[in-house]
Design a protein around this ligand. Structure first.
Ligand code: SGN
Ligand code: CA
Length: 523
């Protein structure tokens, strides 16, 4: 395997001559090749179950799959905290949530701290973030930033472009891609290597499709996942959540049944939002929306569904809209890849595709994320490194690893306080020896918005130990993933698991010390 890292250092040295100095690049090393650019594509809430490089049950995503076909598919990729803002902060800093200070979605990111885009920029990279940001404070470390406000709107969204508000006509995924291509083509300084963070807001709730995709999946049926009617036996925190498709997914707000004669009613606050759902749309968009949903609403009213039939309808409607939104993401990823190909950038650009966390597609009866259970703890991760290996990487990796990977690839020294491990050896097919023995997870937000209890835990290749905690609340869960992949059987405290539990608790404590979370030990 070529030493890409060394090559990159040489290349940067050449291209940076006369700009910022690279600290440990020897300028005597000459190379004719170009430096490595970074294209980091992240979607919001994109489940691996709906990405065909991982799972072909529901949808084909041929464009995103192009990244996997020429690169690496990480089959055991996880987040450190399964919720947007915190996950993004982990990615930017390479540190767990407590250390980077952004523990839940009500936090504000301390932009004065070290991030990988900032370090790249200091070393002469041209950096940009385009799309959903969700870290409250203004981005730092970017030559260009053009971000949605909060979650952003699907239709005609308002962006903040380097501090100025701009309303942009169109569908968010298309508009965000247009901006990315414009930045790549005409805005960036082409004398510098680039690092572009392209963050789609899609497919976040409420899964509003582009008008050209309404007809897709219209007749598709979706069988309920085998755990849809999970009774949560032995898992108190799972029983207490409010993210059930059956109970909490709103007919009007989430599933768009805002009938014009207001005969359908749902949760009053959500109904009101649902009835205003298309407030941002222009006349043509509204007409296309109504042409599709008015018919679905009429059929829904006529059917008068109740009980399990209603559950099945809700699940199907959710899946149809979610998959339509994914189709648009996939098409737009294709546009950016085409741009790279047409402009000769494929041979010197690392392409990453990931999500801020996984998502429930009806497993356990749920939508949303947050839990350390597999569907939301896992996240898709594809990386195409020119000259790197192709195929599957099965090691346990986490989103805190992205920052050191990118820094090492760019020839920037990885600061010692970063928690993550560089994945570059894995991309190059080399031996990988991470300092951690297992993955650590910590989720903090409660009770909003889906009543998932705060919890931390540890995952090894085979086992998962979780502690849900709070004032007067302490529930442990232990799963053997080899025999119980759906995590239905909590074996914590059962006979014969004492030694295993002690050993996992030991690993958990070690990780809490390693990541500066001593205050949570046995909390
Ligand atoms: C919003 C959603 C929630 C979701 C959070 C966090 N409600 O509040 O369902 O869990 O975002 O999502 S919504 O009615 O506003 O859509 S995150 O991915 O941004 O963390
Ligand atoms: Ca998210």
């Amino acid at each position: 395997m070529n030493n890409i890292f060394d090559k990159t250092k040489q290349l940067l040295c050449l291209s940076m001559a006369g700009t910022a100095a690279l600290p440990f690049v020897s300028c005597s090393e000459q190379a004719a090749e170009k430096p490595m650019n970074i294209l980091y594509i992240m979607c919001d809430d994109h489940s691996y179950q709906t990405l065909s490089a991982y799972d072909t049950t529901y949808i084909q995503t041929p464009n995103i799959d192009r990244i996997a076909a020429d690169g690496v598919r990480f089959t055991n990729s996880f987040v450190a905290n399964s919720i947007s803002g915190p996950s993004r902060a982990c990615m930017l800093t390479g540190k767990h949530s407590l250390a980077n200070g952004f523990t839940d979605n009500s936090s504000s990111f301390d932009g004065g701290q070290q991030t990988y885009p900032k370090l790249l920029q200091q070393q002469g990279y041209e950096t940009a973030v385009i799309g959903k940001w969700h870290l409250t404070s203004e981005p730092t470390g970017f030559n260009y930033w053009d971000i949605l406000i909060g979650q952003g709107d699907y239709y005609n969204p308002t962006f903040i472009c380097n501090g100025e508000k701009v309303v942009r006509e169109g569908y968010a995924t298309n508009v965000t891609t247009d901006l990315a291509i414009e930045w790549l083509g005409t805005i960036r300084d082409k004398n510098k290597p680039f690092c572009l963070l392209l963050h789609h807001k899609a497919p976040h709730r409420t899964w509003m499709p582009d008008t050209c995709d309404f007809s897709l999946f219209a007749d598709a049926e979706f069988p309920l996942p085998e755990t849809f009617y999970d009774n949560y036996e032995g898992r108190k925190a799972a029983a207490g959540q409010k993210m059930s498709i059956s109970k909490d997914m709103d007919i009007i707000y989430d599933l768009k049944m805002a009938d014009k004669d207001s005969a359908i009613h749902s949760r009053p606050d959500l109904e009101e939002w649902g009835r205003r759902m298309y407030k941002n749309m222009n006349a043509a968009q509204k007409a296309a929306w109504d042409a599709h949903y008015d018919k679905v609403i009429a059929d829904f009213k006529a059917a008068g569904l109740k009980g399990k039939e209603l559950d099945a309808w809700k699940f199907r409607q959710y899946m149809r809209d979610y998959l339509r939104v994914i189709t648009s993401v996939d098409r737009n990823v294709g546009r950016v890849l085409d741009y790279l190909e047409e402009n000769g950038l494929m041979d010197n650009t690392l392409i990453v595709y990931t999500s801020d966390q996984g998502f429930y597609m009806g497993e356990h009866g749920w939508f949303d994320k947050r839990f350390m259970y597999e569907e939301s703890f896992r996240t898709p991760l594809l990386m195409r490194l020119p000259g790197g290996i192709k195929g599957d990487v099965t090691e346990l990796v986490q989103n805190i690893d992205y920052a050191p990977t990118i820094l090492e690839l760019a020839g920037v020294e990885v600061p010692g306080d970063i928690h993550g491990e560089s994945l570059l050896p894995l991309l190059k097919g080399e031996e990988w020896n991470p300092e951690r023995k297992a993955l650590y997870y910590h989720y903090y937000e409660f009770p909003d918005e889906h009543a998932v209890r705060p919890h931390y835990g540890v995952r090894t290749e085979r086992y998962k130990l979780i502690h849900f905690y709070g004032d007067d609340y302490s529930e442990w869960e232990l799963f053997d993933l080899a025999t119980d992949k759906n995590e239905l059987k909590n074996i914590y405290g059962t006979e014969g698991t004492e030694e295993l539990t002690d050993s996992l608790k030991g690993v958990l404590r070690e990780l809490q010390v390693l990541y500066g979370e001593e205050e949570y030990i046995d909390k």
